[in-house]
Structure formats: C-alpha cells, structure tokens
Design a protein around this ligand. Structure first.
Ligand code: F3S
Length: 359
C-alpha cells in the first residue's frame, strides 16, 4: 500500500509487495516515501534518469555497499539512465590514493552492471540525453536540472542520489514540484542591466541570482544566452541558492506563468561586489574550467588550464575526464585553485583556497 493520497497502480502495488524481489520493493519504498514527503498523487515514468552520488568521495562506503547490493541482486535500469562525474580522472591526470581509486572503480562497475550509460558527466543533455519539452525527468544534478527546465522546457526536480537509483531501476518517480504547472510560476521579473561577456560573468550573475531570489524569475537579459551561458549561470544559481528554473525570453520554450512578480534590477556592481566579497580574485592556483563539463564542440580556448569534460570527450588539452575537482579529492594535490565557475568555487571554498575570474 502507498501513503494516503498517493495512488499506486496494480503493478506498482505488486512491486511494493515484493513480488519482483525484496530489493526492488525497497527501492519502490524509497519512491513512495519521497512521494509522501512532497504530497505526490501518483508515480510517473520518467523519460530519463540521471544518477548522482557517483564519487566515492561523496557517497563513501555506505553508498558503495548500497550500489553493490542493487547490482548483486541482478537488477537493471528500466529507463535511459546517465550518471554524474566520478571521483577519478579517467586519464589519470589527478593522482588519488590506491584505496580511493579501487573503491571508485567498484562503484562504477556496480553502476555499469545496472546498465547505466557510462558518460560520467553533469551535462547529460549534451551526451545523448537531451530532453524534449514537457518530458518528466528524474535527474540528480542541480545544474542539469536548471538547464532541463529553463533551456529545454522539460520538467525536473533535483532528486537525491538513492531516489535516482530507485527511479532508474523501478522506472518511476513521484510527480511533484517542478513536474507540475502550479509550481512553475514566476515570482520575480529580473532585469539584468549589463551584458555578461564570458562564462565567468554568466556564472557570477547566476551566483548573485541564486542568493537574491527565493523563487523562479523571468530573466530579462540584454542578450540571448547560448546553452553554455545558461549552464554556467544555472549551475551557480543552483549552488548559491536553490534555483531550479528561470524563464528566459527567446530561450525557454514555454510561456512564463506569472503571479504579480516582484521587479528587481541587477547592475554589474551588485554581482561583482558579491563575488569579490566571497572569493579571491588573484590569478593564482591550479586553473580549471568546465564546471559544468565542457563536451566536444565547446572548443577549449584556454592555455595552462585543465578542462573538466565527459568520459567520452576527445577534445585536446589537459583534461580531467569524467570528473571535476569538486567531486575528486583535489585537496590531496592542490591547496589553491583558480576557476571561472562560481559553482565550483562555492563548493571548494571549505576545502582549498579559491580564486575566481575569467580564463
Ligand atoms: Fe559538474 Fe563538478 Fe561542476 S559535477 S556542475 S563539474 S561541480
């Protein structure tokens, strides 16, 4: 039986009752509990799943045990499923200790035996998992969720790691939050009074918006952003705040739903005063770009800088393939980093000294 208010089909009831095995029942229970928390009325089949919690550094031994169990039960994903970056560079360009590497590879083996696509990236939408308008998704990466909602008009909440594994195997996700029209209402009209000139400035704008806003904005920008601009901005906005979407005229494929939005103007100084207050701006430290990942096609133009990229990238240059410094144990190798990503800066600031700026 599901929770009050959550309707389960006969097939879903059967899975919950253990008729397809004890472990699958447990995974269904994870989804039913999630539905309970968010007052979902039903489970839906996601068009795709993006599994988060892939780095050993993030999920540790408990996460490894959980994935091993699911894999040993012979379960397989039942919808197209991609995975987030792991904790090691697949080219060996970031030294890690032996135990970390061994356990990371066990995690990857377990995931791959479930049938996930071994893309190891936070940009699944550029690696064969491009959503369509209206698709309901079960994605566990906040930057990708922002892009899915904003750029593709798909419908995604940021799901937790166990829920993404459960959704991939069971082929269901509770319908709640950003899946529903009523929660896609803009509460702000934000007029950006300056033109961001590079990915760093888009990222800085996102960082400011994430801090300043409590809900979805209609973003009036002086220029129509590219996908790369949107992902840099969205990643930072989802890191400093919890922004899952913006309506961007000329980009977002759905008309904004609005409810007396509050009007806010954003000047260049507002954004860069905040950035300078939070982070160093010296051009010093281990330099990297690609947070979110830069796939083939987003040609690197940066010298002396590592490029975080998906597992199957073939781009030239010093690559951190299938990983990034945030999910890898970067502090074991470098004390100071320099990045154009405010998302990376935000999460790294408690582990290393961080400098930010354009590349
Ligand atoms: Fe991706 Fe790592 Fe940034 S997972 S969004 S490159 S923190």
């Amino acid at each position: 039986m599901g929770c009050p208010g959550l309707y389960l089909t006969k097939e879903e009831e059967r899975i919950l009752d253990g008729e397809e095995g004890e472990l699958k029942a447990k995974l269904m229970e994870v989804l039913v509990k999630l539905g309970d928390v968010f007052d979902a009325e039903r489970l839906v089949r996601p068009a795709s799943v993006h599994v988060s919690g892939v780095s050993y550094g993030t999920i540790g031994d408990a996460g490894l045990r959980f994935l091993r169990k699911v894999a040993e039960a012979g379960l397989r994903v039942s919808v197209p499923t991609s995975v987030n970056p792991c904790g090691i560079c697949l080219d060996g360009n970031l030294p890690v200790d032996e135990e970390f590497e061994r356990k990371q590879r066990e995690i990857m083996d377990a995931l791959e035996s479930l049938g996930v696509a071994s893309v190891y990236t936070c940009v699944p939408y550029q690696q064969g998992f491009q959503p369509s308008r209206g698709d309901l998704l079960a994605w566990g990466e906040s930057s990708a969720v922002f892009v899915a909602n904003t750029y593709y008009g798909a419908r995604a909440n940021r799901e937790g790691a166990p829920a993404t594994v459960a959704a991939a195997v069971v082929g269901r996700i509770p319908e709640y939050g950003m899946h529903l029209d009523e929660n896609r209402v803009a509460e702000y009209e934000v007029v950006v009074e300056f033109e961001p000139r590079n990915d760093f400035e888009w990222s800085a704008l996102g960082y400011y918006l994430g801090e300043a806003l409590d809900g979805i904005p209609v973003l009036k920008l002086p220029t129509v952003p590219s996908l790369s601009n949107v992902k840099y901005m969205g990643a930072a906005a989802a890191a400093s705040g919890a922004l899952a979407m913006a309506y961007i005229p000329g980009i977002t494929p759905e008309e904004p739903r609005m409810d007396c939005p509050e009007r806010i103007e954003v000047e260049r100084e507002d954004v860069f005063d905040l950035v300078e207050e939070r982070f160093g701006t010296e051009r010093e430290g281990f330099a990297f770009t690609g947070c979110p990942h830069r796939p083939d096609g987003e040609i690197p133009r940066f010298d002396g800088c590592a490029i975080c990229c998906p597992a199957n990238a073939t781009l030239d240059g010093y690559r951190l393939r299938g990983t990034c410094p945030v999910v890898a144990p970067i502090e074991d190798v470098h004390d100071v980093v320099f990045t154009d990503s405010l998302k990376a800066a935000h999460y790294l600031a408690s582990r290393v000294e961080v400098n930010v700026g354009p590349l």
